[in-house]
Write a protein that binds this ligand. Structure first.
Ligand code: SF4
Ligand code: SF4
Length: 433
């Protein structure tokens, strides 16, 4: 098979907007201009949404890219040269249902595109019937449900349950703000058929109102508690998106208190950012680090800085440490990891998260990687960042510090290290800069 340029979204994904289908939700910059969200075509009625039409559009984009023409994907870092299969039929493994822009919030970091009240120009349930009958949906499809607020889609519970039962996706990823509660969603969370992601972004009513545009902090926390009490925490991920309005340490302390009061401490957490300015200062760094530290102390299943926040924090810490080292002196987690700088380390994990840590952290410019360990036997024996990947027990053959290079498996790796007799003094937290 010959190699061509494509990406998994062109080949296998479809994003269903209310009046437009897209190939992806990725964004990138070319010459200072933001691009991405590659459009398949506009949609005006059921006549426009057939799988054959989508296939033709995907084929044409793929052809144009490989003919060297300028396309909406030109300059995208997700394009890769590989043996991409022929697009002789549609074989979707990711369908994101964003079919309306109705929302009961008005977040400061959102826009009319997502809460402008545009309803789907087509019948969502009929679309799934049509695509399933045409064999256009793969056996291992993931369904994402967004919007707007997905629970405000007309007939959400019926569509969600019917489609989920019929397609049996690997899982449903639901992005809900949790002002509304869905028992169908709770049932799916309980038996592992869905993962819920909800952003909270505040610990006080006033800040919540400023950032989310409504006075519903306790409604959201109450509904999250209901989900957790019914379904456990395994499939619930909570977010804190730092913005200019919620970045004080005091707000973070309030948030940590609300999380604990509502029994949410053991959920997974994603810490993100949507600052208007490119630079962040010492107070914002302290808030983010304090949040991370507080969530770990509270027993979170996993916690990580996402791609919006981590590069800013890394940059800010470098700048602040060069100009005013005392400003961050009280952050014990940084001081703890500084103990290991300059020593060869073992990294547990060889996935995307470890890759990001290694590429972006000053730590790895000073600390060479002796080897990786990974519990996936398929990876053992391979290499990553020019270092060998070994089985986890290789950690015991050396006494190098061990970096936990994973977010989702953070607690599992820590537990595994303890079970192997590796003391905390040898473990480098994944928050390294
Ligand atoms: S190449 Fe980039 S812009 Fe084009 S579909 Fe893929 S992710 Fe989207
Ligand atoms: S909850 Fe989501 S869709 Fe609604 S306003 Fe906020 S970010 Fe936008």
């Amino acid at each position: 098979m010959t190699k061509t340029l494509s990406c998994r979204y062109i080949h296998h994904a479809l994003y269903l907007g209310p009046d437009q289908f897209r190939h992806c939700c990725k964004r990138f910059h070319v010459d200072g201009e933001m691009r991405g969200d590659a459009v398949v075509f506009s949609v005006d009625s059921d006549d426009d949404v057939g799988p054959d039409k989508v296939l033709v559009a995907k084929r044409e984009l793929w052809r144009a890219i490989n003919a060297g023409e300028t396309t909406q994907c030109s300059g995208c870092p997700y394009l890769s040269e590989a043996e991409w299969p022929e697009l002789d039929r549609l074989n979707l493994d990711l369908i994101s249902v964003e079919a309306h822009s109705r929302c009961n919030m008005r977040c400061s970091y959102c826009s009319d595109i997502y809460y402008g009240n545009v309803l789907p120009k087509y019948d969502v349930m009929a679309l799934f019937d049509r695509y399933a009958e045409a064999g256009a949906i793969g056996d291992e499809v993931v369904l994402a449900w967004g919007g707007g607020e997905p629970l405000m889609l007309d007939g959400f519970e019926k569509i969600f349950t019917t489609v989920s039962r019929r397609l049996k996706p690997l899982y449903n990823r639901v992005f809900s703000n949790a002002i509304l509660y869905s028992q169908e969603l709770a049932d799916h969370l309980k038996d592992g058929r869905a993962i819920l992601t909800t952003s909270i972004d505040a610990g006080t009513v006033e800040t919540f109102r400023q950032v989310r545009g409504v006075n519903q902090l306790y409604k959201v926390l109450g509904n999250l508690r209901r989900y957790v009490e019914f379904a456990g925490t395994a499939n619930i991920a909570l977010k804190y998106i730092f913005t200019d309005g919620n970045s004080t340490v005091a707000e973070v302390e309030e948030f940590l208190a609300r999380i604990q009061e509502h029994g949410l401490s053991h959920c997974a957490f994603q810490i993100s950012a949507d600052y208007k300015s490119a630079e962040i200062g010492a107070e914002q760094v302290k808030s983010a680090v304090r949040l991370y530290e507080g969530l770990l102390q509270g027993g979170t299943a996993s916690c990580h800085f996402d791609d919006h926040l981590r590069p800013r924090i890394n940059h800010a810490i470098r700048v602040i440490r060069a100009s005013d080292p005392a400003a961050l002196a009280d952050l014990s987690i940084l001081a703890n990891n500084d103990r290991f700088r300059g020593q060869p380390v073992v990294v547990w994990g060889s996935g995307e998260y470890a890759d990001g840590l290694i590429r972006e952290s000053l730590f790895f410019e000073e600390s060479p990687i002796a080897f990786f360990v990974d519990s996936d036997p398929a990876k053992q024996g391979g290499t990553f960042h020019n270092a060998p990947i070994k089985a986890p027990d290789a950690v015991l053959a050396v006494d190098h510090p061990v970096v936990i290079g994973s977010s989702y498996a953070y607690q599992d790796i820590r537990r595994a290290l303890h079970a192997m007799g590796v003391a905390d003094q040898r473990i480098v937290d994944s928050m390294i800069f």
